[in-house]
Design a protein around this ligand. Structure first.
Ligand code: ACO
Length: 401
């Protein structure tokens, strides 16, 4: 189907579909998702195989440009990214101005938008070459901002890591390197982070991705579109769920580990409590990413020799939900974020950074979707409505109201 033939096709009928549960907003060749069967593929490659065999930068390349890269293509991509990692020194002043209590998602969203001011040539991008330049810039600068957002909270000096490292190795180095200490990368942690970032890299037209596409559809530029996507991801019903899950598991532990009590709360329609990390708009079967992450959580904790009682609480909740008619009837299974926080915690990443790590993983997906939207020359996103307000009213002078 050709987007151009569809773009002029309106027939005067307006559909109302709250939450866009049944509305397709675009044609896309990036991610295939079958929620009934629990299938997820990026550019045709199965998520299981990518998580097992690929690294994050290869997956990012495939998402953005369509195919897995050759060795030369990957090396070129990585070198172009590294070349653009340096951030204008004045951005540090903006970072400094944030209070220590600022949530790192707010910091990340603001700084990503602020990058536009320091890189004006990345705003009006129309050609593929201009897009490529904006893409490698943000792929280089974004992990630096991620690491800085964490270091700022911890009162640590900012770091660019090392140019000689791989993309994910350098993310870890920029985050964890202490002044005057050598940071030795633990291969278990590096592999786990690669996997987590790959599993979060794209998920078709979710809330944040739709936001990126709709903001980008006004030709606002890549960085502001991404900044809007970060804000959308922050909410606890979306990416913010990973932080909410860990806080919930902690609260259950503190409360004596009574999972049944919390299951009952989740089912009580008079109680706003929801079992965080359960349910998904599209998956009405197991989230394939959750299966991989659950296995990885077991492995990472075992390999690192970490004993975390909340893993047992999480498994207990999952087991109870699988046997509970409320959850079974509504097809509520653990989603990608149910187990990811447990791995992040074992890696030494603070809870407030969990959603930031999700954003880092989702970056190539957002970029790929933005690029596809622009290359397809999609029209500006502009939903309609059914008006339900007052009919025509006479104006009353303020004194007489
Ligand atoms: N706990 C208890 N009940 C739930 C849960 C939950 N986690 N999720 C859904 N339900 C119930 C709803 O109350 C509703 O019940 P009803 O039919 O009796 O009214 C039914 O299941 C359907 O739920 P909806 O909210 O209509 O489903 P929707 O598709 O709109 O929402 C969502 C999906 C937002 C993911 C929801 O399941 C939820 O809030 N989950 C918890 C938050 C979470 O984990 N979010 C992360 C999603 S994954 C991601 O974004 C990366």
């Amino acid at each position: 189907i050709d987007v151009k033939t569809l773009r002029g096709a309106t027939n005067g009928i307006i559909t109302i579909d709250p939450g866009y549960k049944n509305t397709g907003a675009c044609l896309s060749g990036i991610t295939f998702l079958n929620g009934e069967k629990g299938i997820l593929r990026y550019r045709g490659y199965s998520i299981e195989e990518l998580a097992e065999k690929a690294d994050f930068l290869e997956v990012a390349y495939a998402l953005i440009f369509g195919d897995l890269p050759t060795t030369d293509q990957l090396a070129q991509f990585h070198s172009d990214i590294r070349e653009k990692a340096i951030i204008d020194d004045d951005v540090k002043k903006i970072l400094d101005a944030f209070p220590k209590v600022a949530h790192p998602m707010g910091v990340l969203s603001s700084l990503t938008s602020a990058l536009t001011a320091f890189n004006p040539s990345s705003v009006n991008v129309d050609s593929e070459e201009e897009m490529y330049r904006a893409i490698v810039k943000i792929m280089g600068k974004f992990p630096v901002l991620v690491a800085w957002a964490m270091r700022k909270k911890q009162g640590l000096p900012l770091s660019y890591g090392s140019n000689s490292l791989g993309y994910v190795e350098n993310v870890l180095t920029m985050m964890f390197q202490r002044p005057d200490e050598e940071y030795v990368i633990n291969p278990i942690i590096k592999d786990a982070l690669d996997k987590l970032l790959i599993l979060h890299a794209d998920h078709e037209q979710n809330c944040s991705t739709s936001t990126v596409r709709i903001v980008g559809s006004s030709h606002a530029g890549l960085f502001p579109s991404l900044s809007a996507g970060i804000s959308a991801l922050w909410g606890p019903l979306h990416g913010g769920a990973n932080q909410a899950v860990l806080e919930m598991l902690e609260a259950i532990k503190e409360d004596g580990g009574d999972t049944k009590k919390y299951m009952a709360k989740a089912k009580d329609k008079n109680d706003p409590f929801r079992l965080m990390g359960f349910g998904h708009r599209v998956y009405k079967n197991f989230d394939p990413r959750a299966k991989i992450i659950k296995k990885a959580a077991d492995q990472v904790l075992n390999d690192l020799g970490v004993e975390d009682p909340i893993l047992e609480i999480a498994k207990g909740l999952e087991q109870e939900a699988l046997n509970d008619p409320y959850f079974v009837d509504r097809k509520l299974y653990p989603n990608v974020d149910f187990y990811s926080g447990i791995i992040y915690r074992a890696m030494g990443i603070p809870v407030e950074m969990f959603t930031v790590m999700f954003a880092l993983g989702r970056l190539p997906g957002w970029i790929a979707q933005w690029r596809e939207m622009r290359l397809n020359k999609e029209p500006i996103g502009r939903p309609r409505q059914i008006y339900t307000g007052e009919n025509h009213r006479a104006f009353t002078e303020i004194k007489k109201r």
